[in-house]
Design a protein around this ligand. Sequence first.
Ligand code: NAD
Ligand code: IPM
Ligand code: MN
Length: 355
Amino acid sequence: MQQYELAVLPGDGIGNEVMPEALRVLDVVGAKYGVRFAYQHFDWSCETYKSTGAMMPADGLDRLRDHDSILLGAVGWPGVPDHISLWGLLLPIRREFDQYVNLRPVRLLPGVTPPVRDKQPGDIDFWVVRENTEGEYSQLGGRQGEGTPTEMVLQTAAFTRHGTDRIMRYAFELARRLGKPHVTSATKSNGIYHSMPYWDERFAAIASEYPDVTVDQDHIDILCARFVMSPERFDVVVASNLFGDILSDLGPGVTGTIGVAPSGNINPERTYPSTFEPVHGSAPDIAGRGIANPIGQIWSAAMMLDHLGLPEAGADVVSAIERVLVDETAPRTPDLGGGATTQDLGKAIAEAVEG
Ligand code: NAD
Ligand code: IPM
Ligand code: MN
């Protein structure tokens, strides 16, 4: 029987509540498709930081390197500054393993009522392709004149040709693969003087390699408005690290809840493991109550199945999620308007996969 070695990092807060539901579903889908998932659990979190002074051991990345994939919950907890916890665990994983694509579907699922009027499943159905290893997320810069009236901080964004071209090519290839040959670029070349005109220049250059794909580009401000007013217009949206981060919370927000949104941090060349994690964070406001929506984590596991070459199993999980959501008697967590627990919803999806 084919066995996949998975590194499991629930992290902080609701990561610990939603991860067991994803593993529950993986066990069921594995049995159905004749494959086995072996889990190696890593409890690295803000607790680790508080007791050791680091988010993971010094050889942490090496301990993840040989796994087939990484499943991650969420990182970050009050009491540890977010830039310390995230640059101590999640961001090094993305960078060390060259997971330069952050792939985030935005889909209005059946049975979910969106906050925008008159939208049906199918009206909101697109992909955010977010650059995931450079751009605005950088440790370049520093503080000068600390404590003086001339104190200032410089934060440098780095856009390399290699990094810019490869994320754009990925977006164009995805558009072709989906049979939705249309790519929108998120820019801000009217206000940001160096990086965004360069982003536009490379977008035009890469677009010329894909004459069959139609393109448009929107400045990030109006793009945000259009996500809300006319989400039907989007198929694939390619964005820098920061713009993609913002758009990939806005998109699920427009579909009704951030709790369902999945992502893949993908190394397309498969030189390194890819990481699959929900878009949401550790949700300190609801953590410990067992009411977090596990769908974002479960759907992320489905994206992992696609990546591992098990697309039928992945589609089966997504179909189970959809069938549970349209069933009025099925459990729903509070973000979906119900009163069910994380486990109730996870079990219902696992049972739907089992058939
Ligand atoms: P968050 O996503 O944790 O929470 C935002 C809001 O969405 C909260 O009201 C929360 O209750 C709700 N929510 C999130 N996930 C939900 C789910 N599955 N079901 C129901 N409701 C859900 O964002 P935040 O509050 O900005 O961040 C909290 C912490 O998480 C911070 O430390 C932040 O840095 C971190 N964070 C980590 C990741 C990650 O690990 N990938 C992502 C985002 C935020
Ligand atoms: C996400 C998160 C992270 C990001 C944070 C926690 C660093 O918001 O995965 O979207 O900005 O990439
Ligand atoms: Mn985010």
